[in-house]
Every structure is written in structure tokens, then in C-alpha cells.
Ligand binder design. Sequence first.
Ligand code: FAD
Ligand code: NAD
Length: 475
Amino acid sequence: MRYHGRINPPLAPTRHHIPVLEIPAMPDHYDALILGAGPAGGGVASRLAKAGLNVAMTDSGPYGGTCPLTGCNPKKVLLGPADLSQMAAHMKGKGIICKPSVNWQELMAFKRTFTEPIPERAFKAYSQEGVTTLTGGGRFTGPDSVEIDGRELTADNIFICTGVRARPLSFPGAEHLIDNAGFLDMDELPEHIVLVGGGYIAMEFAAIAHYCGARVTVLQRSDAILRGFDNELSGLLMQAMRDAGITLLLNAPVQFVDKNGGRLRVCYGEEGNESVIADAVVNCAGRVPNIETLNLEAAGVETGPKGVQVKPTMQSVSNPKVWAVGDVADTPYELTPTAVLEAEVAVANVLDPAANRKADYTGIPTSCFTLPPLAACGLTVAQAAKQGIPHTVITQDLPSKFPWKRLGEQYGRSKVILDANREYILGAHILGHNAEEMINLFAMAIRNRISLDTLHSTYWAYPTCGYYIQYLVKE
Ligand SMILES: Cc1cc2nc3c(=O)[nH]c(=O)nc-3n(C[C@H](O)[C@H](O)[C@H](O)COP(=O)(O)OP(=O)(O)OC[C@H]3O[C@@H](n4cnc5c(N)ncnc54)[C@H](O)[C@@H]3O)c2cc1C
Ligand SMILES: NC(=O)c1ccc[n+]([C@@H]2O[C@H](COP(=O)([O-])OP(=O)(O)OC[C@H]3O[C@@H](n4cnc5c(N)ncnc54)[C@H](O)[C@@H]3O)[C@@H](O)[C@H]2O)c1
């Protein structure tokens, strides 16, 4: 029997191309069927196929998922010139005489050299690994059966790896907003851009747009940004971004958006009495799981507001044939490394159910790629206090230390949480140039319980930021 994968409309507007391939004859039953070909689904599919299982994977959009197409990687490419521009601003009067200007069209063309080859490359790579690669959205028809494009497949294990998408907003005029995919693929840099929200995506996009030359307004509905990060450091980041010229408004819920000539009027505040005129408005108001179209009731799969409810083994709490991995699973993180971690855990449990492997999130690092970046790993001070863990906090200002001073950095701070005996690191929080790299060293120390003695007996390259870690863990 021959199967022709159908090209479904992608979830969000995208330029990516789904290859139309003749799929070889395929059975109706698989050892594993995976819905979603992002880092989570791909991680599961590759590992199970390598272990010799009969695996099929489908995606309703382009292969690759959010991270390489509309998330981590394109964002980091756009951040390159923004980073240079920020550095030049800090070095003004210290040897730099002109401000770099960014050619957005050229930058976008460069970004597309990363994103455009991904879907076809990923599709082919999984096929070559022995995965039956399908296209089309999956929809459960029973506890172990899924319909894809009119055809029913059954599997011993079904993996939900469908990710998350921008939260639909309900205020009038919400249809005028673009999402992360739209922002990261804009043909022109708008003169004035409004970002709705105050989390990772809003802050990162604010840094990119501002340092690439746009006027930026962030409208955050609550009284803080970047919840979950250390409050003092996120407050300092807010100060740094405001000083750089970004308008960052707290307690500013958007009430409605309407068209004003060729531009958009964004009305915000409790009564909607305040307004700004913008050329683009971006929905950065959090993410919701892609589960509505899966017909999970047919499979008896329980869900909550954060997605599919799973045991620490990544198995559904209500259907032992179903697993959920990555952003769509109701677990503590929505990050690429944790999607991979969860894929490893689920695969280990499918291959050896007696292993009963559980997801362990100890020492997962995260970085918000703002300018300056804010990175974190392990406990915050508030969490250590709430959990009643005796601890010591060591705070250091970075701009006075050589690696940051030589770059003219004005904002930077580290906060390291040690156990009460000052033997081990419980948490690390860094705001400043290179924070996103330094946090990896803290992650290694926290996850592997490396003692401060060992850190102190390590010799670091001088004069790197890493060299200064020894000073960040002592007063
Ligand atoms: C702007 C942005 C920047 C980010 N930056 C970072 C970063 O710097 N570092 C980091 O660690 N994380 C970052 N993330 C998060 C990271 O992208 C995600 O954690 C990661 O992609 C999760 O992988 P996933 O496979 O679970 O989901 P996804 O990558 O979203 O993949 C899900 C796949 O499922 C498909 N799908 C959806 N519904 C169906 C269906 N019914 N049937 C079949 N397929 C379906 C989708 O088309 C998609 O391909 C960022 C996210 C965004 C939005
Ligand atoms: N560098 C990174 O690793 C990176 C970058 C981007 C995204 N991500 C991942 O993606 C996830 C999603 O990012 P995000 O920025 O969308 O979410 P977020 O959870 O970080 O922030 C959501 C923001 O939207 C606001 N908000 C929520 N509901 C709202 C509403 N109805 N109206 C207006 N504002 C509202 C919240 O107050 C918050 O400020 C992150 O939690 C993170 O796990 C990671």
C-alpha cells in the first residue's frame, strides 16, 4: 500500500517548505508513533529507531519545530548585530567613534540561510534513520489509535510532542498582532514596535528590535518582568533596558488595538485610557499547549492548563500507552535541553519499563538572551528560604571587575546561593556580558555536586569571565 503524506497548513504563518515525498509502503501498526517533529519528537524518534523499534512520526507543520525555525536559533542569529550594536554603544568614547547601523533585510536574509534548509534536512535525516516520516496533524480515535489525514494508525506507544504556541488573546483587535514566528521573519524592521508581555520572549525581542534600530515599547500587564528569575537581577535588567532607551511599562494591560491609517493604535491601562501608535504589535503573552485538535478525550489522556499531565517517567497519568515530552508536557520547564532530557527519560522507560527512570531537573540552566543577558541555575534565594534550606547568599557587582569593566558595562550583578557550610552551590544568578556561558559552569557544579574546594583547585583561563567565578562564590 502506498501512502501520500498530505501537506497541512502550518500552525503559524511560515515560509518553511514541507517536502512532498512519496512515502514507501507503511504498516498500520507501529511500536511507536510520535506526534510532532520538534526537538522532543525528533529526540524520541531517533533514539527509538536506533534501538531497532518500528517508529513513525508526523508533523502538522514543517519538520524541526519551534527551536530551529521560530525560536532559539533565529532569535540568536538576529541577536548577533544587536549585541555588536550594544557593545559599540558601551565603548563610545573608549575607542569606538561610530554607531553601527543594522541592515535588517540583509540580516533577515542571513537568518533564512539557517532556517530555510531545516525542514527538508530534518525530514530526510529522520527518514534515513529508519523513521517513517509522515506529514499531517494527528488526532486520537482511541486509547492507542490516531488518525492522520484520514488514515488510522495504531501503536504500542504514542508520544505527544506537539509543543506550545502563542496564547490567543481575547481583547478587541487581537487579530492585528503577530507572534514569535511573525517577528522573527519580518521583511522590514518596524519604526515602532510594541511587545505585549514581560517574559522571555518580550524581553529578548525588545533587545533585538531596540539594538537593530527600532523604537520599542514593552507593555507588561503585571508589576514585574521575568517571573521566576531573581527579582533583584530582573529589576536591574529593567533599569539597564530603560537606560538604553526602551520604554518598559508595568501594570499596563492591553485593552484593545485598532487600525489607525496604516498603523496600529494600542490602548492600555486599567481603563484603556493610555495609548501608543505602533507599526507592529507582537503577542509575547505566554504560550499554551497544542492539544485542542488531538481529541485527547478519545484516548482518556488527562490535561491541565500547562499541557498533558505526566508521571516523572513522562508517561501519561491516565493512559499507559501515551507519553508526553517537551513543551506540551506539564513539567517545570519549556526549554530545548529539557525537551531532550524528557525524550531520553521516556525512551529509557519504553525500552526498559523496569528502569522506571524519572526526569531529574537538578541544575538545569536557563538564559534570557537580553542585552545584558540574565542567566540562572538552581534555587533562587526565595526558593531556598521557602523550602527552609539554610543558605548563604553572595552578591557581587560585575562592572567593577576586569572582564566587564574593559567593555564599559554599567549593569551587572551575580548572586550565588551556597549551603550554610559554604561547601556546595545551590543556585547561581548572573546578569551581565557572558552570563549565558558562565551559567553552564554553575550548571555542571550544581548537577554534579562539585564542591567549592574542587572549584577552587581548578585553574581557569585568564582573563576570561570564567576565571572570575572563583570570586563570585566568595565574599
Ligand atoms: C521565540 C522563542 C525563543 C526561544 N528560545 C529558546 C532558547 O534560547 N533556549 C531554549 O532552550 N528554548 C528556547 N525556546 C523554547 C524552545 O523552542 C522549546 O522549548 C522547544 O522547541 C520545545 O520543543 P518541542 O519539541 O517540545 O516543541 P516544538 O519545537 O514546538 O515542536 C512541536 C512540533 O509539533 C508540531 N505539531 C503541533 N500540533 C501537532 C499535531 N496535532 N500533530 C502533529 N504535529 C503537531 C508542530 O508543528 C511542531 O513542529 C524558545 C521559544 C520561543 C518561542
Ligand atoms: N532564552 C530562552 O531559553 C527562551 C526564550 C524564549 C522562550 N523560552 C521559553 O518559552 C516560554 C514562553 O515564553 P514567553 O515569553 O511566551 O512566556 P513567559 O511565561 O516567560 O512570559 C509570559 C508573559 O506574558 C504575560 N501574560 C500572560 N498572560 C497574559 C495576558 N493574558 N495578557 C497579557 N500578558 C500576559 C505574563 O505576565 C508574562 O510576562 C518560556 O517560559 C521559556 O520556557 C525560552
